[in-house]
Design a protein around this ligand. Structure first.
Ligand SMILES: *Cc1c(COP(=O)(O)O)cnc(C)c1O
Length: 434
């Protein structure tokens, strides 16, 4: 595969962008090699500047649930931009997208839009602290909630990929307020709440983890978090930035039938444009300005073009059978990879929920970040690069989930399975021999 144009751009990028990128995992550090530069995306494909095509299972890290450049989404955006890019005044599209969210998350009576998942979570934490009059928070090791200071403690995603512990620049006084416990360990949360309950403002969790790789909550885990937080007067925040409209229409709250106090959303609800949101019951959300005293604002919040892209994406997903078919393809994809790994005699575990999934080079699916870290990363690297060479793009990190869109079909499935057979053979050279 010729990647000379990408290579040229990469050298230029290194001279002007920090580490060559604007978000760390894009730099391919975990995968080795250099990233490709994209010329365009269409349906399930990315095309790089050298003309190579890749079946894309990253989808801009989740948002593109209807695939790249979906005609209905582009039409909605074109119509919106014809009327200007931003008003700084209310517009109808904000109401329509909020109503759509509320239809799927009935407890989310009030929605506030922001411009990223990071902002959504940061604001939800502020609200939780204000509402409870408490300062400390509990998060799970390996969960990623954006790059706000309080949440960069034992974080997943790029923080885990680059094997950074915590980030310099986060004041120790602030870090002390964030307690971390392993994912899927309700007892650890219980012990912390017993010990420090009156100080804990909230427990925040990815209800299905997608930033330590894809890790499912064990049966009863989320319900236990709901019980424990209620008992100790702490709020439960489901960070559904990734799982929202991915693990199900709606999200994990809908799927597992658990009502958190607040949810955060992002990614799919913007359909590829910068959108985040936090939402919850009116009594809680109405503490946010201007209804209440908790300040939070945004110059571009509720941007009309972004709202249009999000709304069109959600409308595409909710057409009868569309989401279900994409979810079925994701399940088939993971099953197909699992079968081929087994045939190759490789320790591998794959799983999915809705249109989100993932795999580890490890015989058993991990339950925690600590277990995820024991997966065979050399085998993963060989597998990732062999797939890429054959036109299949999974996330360039062993600690990221993968995604499918409504545009992925049979043809792409065949491409992946063929490439995977070669890639598993390559990965086999890195199986631990003990
Ligand atoms: C991506 C992600 C975020 C951060 O969203 P940004 O838009 O990248 O700021 C927060 N939480 C979760 C669970 C995410 O997956």
């Amino acid at each position: 595969m010729n990647r000379s144009q990408s290579e040229k751009l990469w050298q230029e990028a290194l001279g002007v962008l920090v580490g060559g990128v604007n978000s760390p995992v894009r730099a391919f550090r975990a995968a080795g090699g250099h990233p490709f530069f994209v010329r365009r995306g269409f349906g399930p494909y990315l095309e790089d500047v050298d003309g190579n095509r890749y079946v894309d299972f990253v989808l801009s890290w989740g948002p593109l649930a209807a695939g790249h450049a979906h005609p209905a989404v582009l039409d909605a955006v074109r119509e919106a931009i014809g009327a200007g890019l931003s008003y700084g005044c209310p517009c109808e599209a904000e109401i329509r997208l909020a109503q759509k969210i509320r239809a799927y998350f009935p407890f989310a009576e009030r929605v506030r839009f922001v411009s990223s998942g990071t902002e959504a979570v940061m604001s939800a934490i502020r609200l939780a602290r204000a509402a409870t009059g408490r300062n400390e928070i509990i998060k799970m090791d390996g969960c990623y909630h954006g790059h706000a200071d309080s949440l960069l403690i034992s974080a997943g995603s790029g923080v885990a990929t680059l094997a950074l512990q915590d980030s310099p620049g986060v004041p120790a006084d602030l870090a002390r307020l964030t307690h971390t416990v392993p994912y899927n360990d309700a007892d650890a949360v219980s012990r912390l709440l017993e010990e420090r309950g009156p100080k804990i403002a909230c427990v925040i969790v990815e209800p299905v983890a997608g930033n330590m790789g894809f890790v499912l909550p064990e049966p009863g885990y989320l319900a236990a978090l709901r019980d424990l937080t209620a008992r100790h007067g702490a709020l439960l925040i489901f960070d559904e930035v990734m799982t929202g409209f991915r693990v199900a229409l709606g999200g994990a709250s809908t799927l597992f039938g658990i009502t958190p106090d607040l949810i955060t959303l992002g990614k799919v609800i913007g359909g590829g444009m910068p959108v985040g949101a936090y939402a919850g019951p009116a009594a809680l959300m109405d503490q946010v300005a201007p209804a209440g005293p908790v300040y939070q604002a945004g110059t571009l919040s509720g941007n009309p073009v972004a709202m249009a892209a999000g709304l069109a994406t959600l409308e595409t997903l909710e057409k009868p059978g569309v989401f279900e078919q994409a979810a079925r393809r994701m399940a088939e994809l993971m099953r197909g990879l699992q079968e081929r790994a087994r045939a190759a005699g490789i320790a591998f575990s794959a799983a999915s929920l809705g249109t989100m999934g993932g795999f580890f080079f490890r015989g058993e699916a991990p339950r925690t970040m600590a277990e995820a870290k024991t997966s065979n990363q050399s085998a993963w690297r060989a597998f990732f690069n062999a797939l890429l060479e054959n036109g299949v793009y999974f996330a360039p990190s062993p600690f990221e989930a993968c995604f499918i869109s409504t545009a992925h079909g049979e043809t792409e499935q065949v491409t992946v399975f063929n490439a995977a057979e070669t890639a598993f053979e390559r990965a086999k050279n890195f199986e631990k021999t003990s």
